[in-house]
Design a protein around this ligand. Structure first.
Ligand SMILES: Nc1nc2c(ncn2[C@@H]2O[C@H](COP(=O)(O)OP(=O)(O)OP(=O)(O)O)[C@@H](O)[C@H]2O)c(=O)[nH]1
Length: 205
């Protein structure tokens, strides 16, 4: 059984939890608890192989047990780096994160050869408020050898699912015999995910 670890990174409010919840439950809820970092687990069958997927959703706000970006980078096999197309500062943060992931000093070969980065411009449904052009995302992705997607967690279940499946597929091809490193604290099952979505502090759209 393969284990694939994917970190979903990006600045506060870009829709990291929305993307993960959309993938895991097919639903866009619109309000997500964000007071703690967590890992969601899912078992998948990809190309006939059983995969134990772990999805890391960091806490952007200050909270106990917060892992550093460096730890997140060392933990993950692949990265979904998210920005909000209607928020230029989130694009700059995404750029900094991608840069950091590609930094040679952070890495071992795992970072340079095996790591996969998908750059995702979320909230495409807010294109009337767009601050980041699509070609800017494409250029950044090309510069850092990432795959690029622009979508809306609110509107596009199929695209969201495709991103995670592709990432798992890529990472599973490159993940054989990888050493396991420190993992961020916190862990949530699907039951806790549901509680998390429905039961905690709410944020409005
Ligand atoms: N219009 C629109 N809103 C979205 C979309 N994705 C997420 N949102 C909204 O953006 C807000 C933030 O979403 P979250 O998923 O909590 O963002 P996050 O990146 O996990 O935020 P933190 O946990 O604070 O880091 C919520 O109000 C979501 O409903 C989208 O595709 N379109």
């Amino acid at each position: 059984m393969n284990e694939i670890k994917i970190a979903v990174l990006g600045s506060e409010g870009v829709g990291k939890s929305a993307l993960i919840v959309r993938f895991l439950t097919r639903r866009f809820i619109g309000e997500y608890a964000s007071s703690s970092e967590c890992i969601y687990r899912k078992r998948l069958s990809v190309d006939g192989r059983q995969i134990n997927l772990e999805l890391y959703d960091p806490c952007s706000q200050s909270c106990e047990g917060k892992s550093t970006l460096n730890n997140q980078i060392h933990w993950a096999d692949g990265f979904v780096v998210v920005y909000d197309i209607s928020d230029r500062s989130s694009f700059l943060t995404a750029k900094a994160i991608v840069h950091l992931i590609r930094e040679p000093h952070l890495g071992t070969a795992k970072r340079d050869v095996d790591s996969f980065i998908f750059l995702v411009g979320n909230k495409q449904d807010l294109c009337h408020m767009r601050e980041v052009r699509c070609d800017e995302g494409q250029c950044l992705a090309a510069e850092f050898h990432c795959q690029f997607y622009e979508l809306s967690a609110a509107d596009h279940y199929q695209e969201v699912a495709l991103i995670f499946f592709k990432m798992v597929q890529n990472a599973s091809l490159g993940s054989k015999a990888k050493e396991r490193r420190r993992r961020p604290s916190g862990s949530k099952s699907m039951v806790k995910l549901i509680n998390n979505v429905f039961g905690k502090r709410r944020k409005s759209v």
